[in-house]
Design a protein around this ligand. Structure first.
Ligand code: GAL
Length: 841
């Protein structure tokens, strides 16, 4: 039997042990917590991470513009391309489609996206907005928000502020719960509130200033432990850090002297509008803008976009933004390397990172070398790094710097990591150019289509059976809440024999803001009009046959994405705002009958959408018959459906919709976006070759004139069943022929490179073997990829043979570009020698 004191001692000892274990546990937690947490701050020079000033290179990838299975690959390619951080906006209307009903599933799984960034070992920049612009429908605002009473966006308005705070807090709390802020050991080093409000603040008067102060206080109160950014916001309320957006930010100076020079959006290319051309920003110019920014004291730079991706479903805004949001970004829409952009920037990033200490801690001196050439020297005790920039847009420069001669081409920056040798020049691209092709190896299967008409159109347009009746014309988004692109405006007009408008020549005149307007009178199609060249406000007028008695008018207003930018953009008109008139022409005399104030019936959406004809389940519905006979080739408001086998392998899949008009397309019930291949761009303004020199703008260097703005549509692998059946469903609004529709894969077709002597040439066909060498010459060859030609001098060794030996049959190959390898090319004189090579994949 144990004595009392023995028991007590044992008890005490047990307690002590428990205490010790507990305190050890607490100590460990605190230790690891602190060890894991990162202190992110800033001074006037740079963002500091755990007290160290950093050069940070970041890139935008928007999670809903790809599918979640693509994220790891996109993020790894970004890391491999030399990025430190991935930036994304947060898309309010996608996450809160109805008030207080949230969706974070599938490609909206923000936490999973940030964790994917974290597991790749990268930082993340979270731009909550929640206004995002981004060519996203309504700039990311939910339309229900606009339809709340007494609502005014982006100003001192209690209803707006309450909703904005609610959503922002929700996102912050989600991140906190998962420990995703750097202060908690997570990857998020920076966050953003609002977006480019400084561009519009003056339109909001004194309330604008009060609003941005409120934004800053609200964000600050959320206590995220990392700095908040406000882009394009001069004099941002403290402690918000203001940043720059644009094609160039080297001339930008933060208005607050204690803010570092930061660039949240370096536009890597541009977006496309329906009817627009294909934008292209050269690798040379993009690299130039980056190098200039760091030369002029910048320390944080984000590519907008690094991967643009796809506007699935109805997320495209604008209005009139295409389904593809490729953006000519370093990673293309499907996630392939956009070469040479990706590789040319990667080389620059490696050098900039090697110069981190001098760039962030060094003394800076600038030397004017004349003729718009300047050298900048960053010096610390340990190391000096230099840049030489030639911002002249036409004249190349030969300059003497620190006792050495340098050739700096026009509109370029040379980077000298140790100030004694130019390791890189932004205009000398040594990275391969990949020419992407649609794979035509396997003849795509011919699709067997079934079809059906959009079924109760006749009933709608003749009987005016709507969802809502109102006196007068209403704004489209006010009625639809943007649940659909389509809204019918229907009315009846009684005309007796004595009506003054009667004449032989009568017309229907509609003043409209509908992106597309289709008009029917007495059940007959009268015609349509589409917005072109940004004329969103137009007059439609067509001759019509009216009858004595009751006339039925049905106008179908179609939206192609809601406005996303500008002061008060949320209240811009959508749909048919009128006046709507019947007009009689009698000789010189014109008599108008304004029917705008009549009673109008409204029907939201089309029956096929409401019955989910695109869903796989609808196939078995007994009332929804599809026919395989008399497939119409040019019938408006029709549904088409076909089964197909998914192309084998892992290459990205696209569907060629050439031959179709306009509409929406679903794969296995999931919308891959709007389509409009019948909309060609105009014939003028394109170039064959793009001069990188001189300032870039979105109209410079456009391609694909007179061609469909978008013919190919991305079909994410995640939407496909590898085995068995897949279904494509089309809703054709305008009329088109589906018989040419084909599924293909996207592969690298051929690869070209133009590499300067003393560099390495690296060729890769992106996971396919190199099959043949089409051209190779070392000396002074010329021409564009696809039409290279030998010059006046050539190395003595057979370049084609050398390249073939090193590369054919391989997935990739690397060679030194030197006279040693390719033979000296004596008669080239002093001019720099280059290897031009083209291989087939
Ligand atoms: C910026 C905006 C981005 C995006 C970009 C153009 O002004 O902040 O969200 O719209 O323009 O692509």
């Amino acid at each position: 039997m144990q004595s009392f004191s023995a028991v007590e001692t044992q008890h005490k000892a047990k307690k002590m042990k428990q205490f010790n274990l507990l305190s050890l546990f607490l100590i460990l937690i605190t230790f690891f917590g602190l060890a894991n947490s990162t202190i992110v701050s800033h001074d006037e020079r740079a963002i500091t991470i755990d007290g160290q000033r950093r050069i940070l290179i970041s890139g935008s990838i928007h999670y809903p513009r790809s599918t979640s299975d693509m994220w790891p690959d996109l993020i790894n390619k970004a890391k491999d391309g030399g990025l430190d951080a991935i930036e994304t906006y947060v898309f309010w209307n996608a996450h809160e489609p109805s008030r207080r009903q949230y969706d974070f599933s599938g490609n909206l799984d923000l936490v999973r996206f940030i964790k994917t960034i974290q597991s790749a070992g990268l930082y993340s920049v979270l731009r909550i907005g929640p206004y995002v612009c981004a060519e996203w429908n309504y700039g990311g605002f939910p339309v229900w928000l606009h339809n709340m009473p007494n609502m005014k966006f982006r100003t001192i308005n209690p209803s707006f502020m309450n909703e904005m705070q609610n959503f922002t807090t929700k996102i912050v709390n989600m991140m906190k719960e998962e420990n995703l802020f750097a202060s908690q050991g997570g990857p998020i080093i920076l966050s953003q509130i609002e977006n480019e409000y400084g561009n519009v603040i003056s339109s909001y008067g004194a309330e604008g200033k009060a609003y941005i102060d409120w934004c800053a206080n609200m964000a600050n109160s959320l206590d995220i432990g990392v700095p908040w950014l406000m882009c394009q916001q001069p004099n941002a309320p403290q402690p918000m850090i203001e940043t720059c957006n644009g094609f160039y930010c080297d001339q930008y100076k933060p208005s607050n002297p204690s803010s570092p020079k930061m660039w949240t959006e370096n536009w890597t290319g541009w977006f496309k509008n329906w009817g627009g051309k294909h934008p292209y920003r050269t690798a040379e110019d993009l690299a130039f803008s980056v190098a200039r920014f760091f030369q002029t004291g910048g320390t944080f730079q984000n590519y907008y976009m690094y991967h643009g991706g796809t506007n699935f479903g109805r997320v495209a805004g604008g209005p009139y933004i295409t389904t593809s949001y490729d953006y000519d970004a370093p990673l293309d829409e499907y996630g392939n390397l956009n070469q040479p952009k990706w590789g040319h920037l990667k080389q620059l990033h490696t050098l900039l990172k090697s110069m981190e200490k001098p760039l962030t801690y060094g003394n800076i001196s600038t030397i004017d070398l004349g003729n718009s050439v300047t050298a900048t020297v960053f010096t610390t005790n340990e190391k000096s790094s230099c840049f030489i920039a030639n911002v002249n847009s036409t004249a190349d420069a030969l300059v003497n710097f620190k006792g050495k001669g340098y050739n700096v081409p026009a509109w370029s920056v040379s980077v000298l990591p140790d100030c004694d040798k130019d390791a890189y020049n932004t205009a000398r691209v040594n990275t391969q150019t990949s020419i992407i092709a649609e794979d035509s190896c396997d003849e795509p299967e011919k699709l067997k289509w079934t079809w059906r008409p959009e079924f109760t159109t006749q009933k709608t347009i003749l009987k005016s059976s709507g969802d809502l009746i109102a006196k007068g014309l209403v704004d489209q988004k006010d009625v639809t809440n943007d649940a659909s692109d389509y809204l019918w405006y229907m009315t009846r007009v009684h005309l007796d024999k004595k009506d003054p408008i009667w004449s032989r020549n009568m017309s229907l005149r509609v003043h409209s803001n509908a992106h597309v307007l289709h008009a029917y009178v007495n059940g007959k199609y009268v015609g349509h009009q589409i917005v072109r060249d940004n004329k969103f406000d137009y007059r439609f007028e067509k001759k019509v046959n009216l009858v004595h008695g009751t006339n039925h008018l049905a106008l179908l207003s179609v939206s192609v994405g809601l406005q996303n930018y500008g002061p008060f953009f949320e209240s811009g008109p959508t749909g048919i705002n009128g006046p709507v008139k019947l007009v009689g022409y009698k000789g010189e005399e014109t008599i108008e009958k304004d029917i705008s104030k009549h009673q109008w019936d409204y029907k939201i959406g089309l029956h096929g959408f409401n019955h989910k004809l695109f869903s796989i389940k609808s196939a078995g519905h007994r009332n929804l018959k599809w026919s395989n006979e008399k497939l119409p080739a040019d019938r408006m408001l029709s549904w088409y459906k076909a089964n197909f086998k998914a192309p084998l392998g892992k290459d990205p899949v696209i569907v060629d919709l050439n031959g179709l008009g306009k509409g929406e397309v679903w794969i296995n019930g999931r919308s891959i976006g709007r389509y409009w291949p019948s909309f060609n761009s105009s014939d003028d303004g394109c170039t064959n070759e793009c001069d990188y020199r001189g300032e870039y703008g979105s109209d410079k260097c456009v391609f694909m004139c007179g061609k469909p703005t978008q013919r190919w549509y991305h079909v994410p692998r995640a939407f496909l069943n590898d085995k068995g059946h897949n279904t494509i469903t089309l809703f054709e609004e305008m009329g088109g022929d589906p018989s040419m529709v084909k599924f293909k894969t996207v592969v690298t077709g051929r690869v070209c490179a133009k590499v300067h002597e003393h560099n390495k040439v690296e060729l890769s066909c992106n996971n396919r073997p190199i099959s043949a060498v089409k051209f190779a010459s070392f000396g002074n060859p010329s021409g564009l990829c696809g039409s290279f030609a030998a010059g006046t001098c050539e190395g003595a060794n057979d370049a084609v043979k050398i390249v073939a030996k090193e590369c054919v049959g391989k997935l990739n190959c690397t060679m030194n570009v030197s006279s040693h390898k390719f033979g000296s090319a004596l008669d080239c004189g002093d001019s720099p020698k280059r290897l031009f090579v083209e291989v087939e994949c």
